[in-house]
Design a binder for this molecule. Sequence first.
Ligand code: MG
Length: 238
Amino acid sequence: MRACLFDLDGVLTRTAVVHAAAWKETFDAFLAAQEGVGFRPFDPVDDYDAYVDGLPRADGVRGFLASRGISLPEDAASGVPKLHTVRGLGDRKNVLLLRLIRERGVEAYPGSVRYVRAVRSAALRRAVVSSSANCQDVLVAADIADLFEVRIDAVIASARSLAGKPHPDTFLAAARMLGIVPSGCAVFEDSLAGVDAGRAGGFGLVVGVDRTGQAAALHEHGADVVVHDLAELLKDTS
Ligand SMILES: [Mg+2]
């Protein structure tokens, strides 16, 4: 391998749980207000993994609501409350996420930091590939921004019209910016959608990172290797 392409939330930083909490608060408030349907809350593990983890924000809203048989307009039109739109729910989730991040701070996984430093020492190229619009702020808050040469996040993907995960386009763009062919790159992902993207892009290695007990699903989606912490990949050399 000549390059490593890392997902952010759940791989480098302990922020996947914060995303799950923000989605839960957003969706539960919306679902509880629906008339005529029994209230079944958002499951921060199963629903999160299946429908929103790793995906662009609006795709997460659409996918989860579709699983409950609900379809909403994309944007506020006359007579539609803003919170009852795909954009409105996504914006609400982001407000809650930023509040939680402010309250709790952002922590990088120590094993991931050790691994990325080892990768840098071995002169491998390094990129962050995230569906988050807050990627740069989270990298800075976790004090790991300087470890990566290239960043592809939701802001850059939108500006360049790159399809989000599970499409491989954002990972491929990062590989291109590093000047490394996909077969020379390893992808590190904790979401099923991200592993799908790694598989679809024809990358040399897809490493699934299992933080929540979904190792089997990560393998099923095409991970070549599944670890609980990136530090496990250092065992052979340390
Ligand atoms: Mg992730």
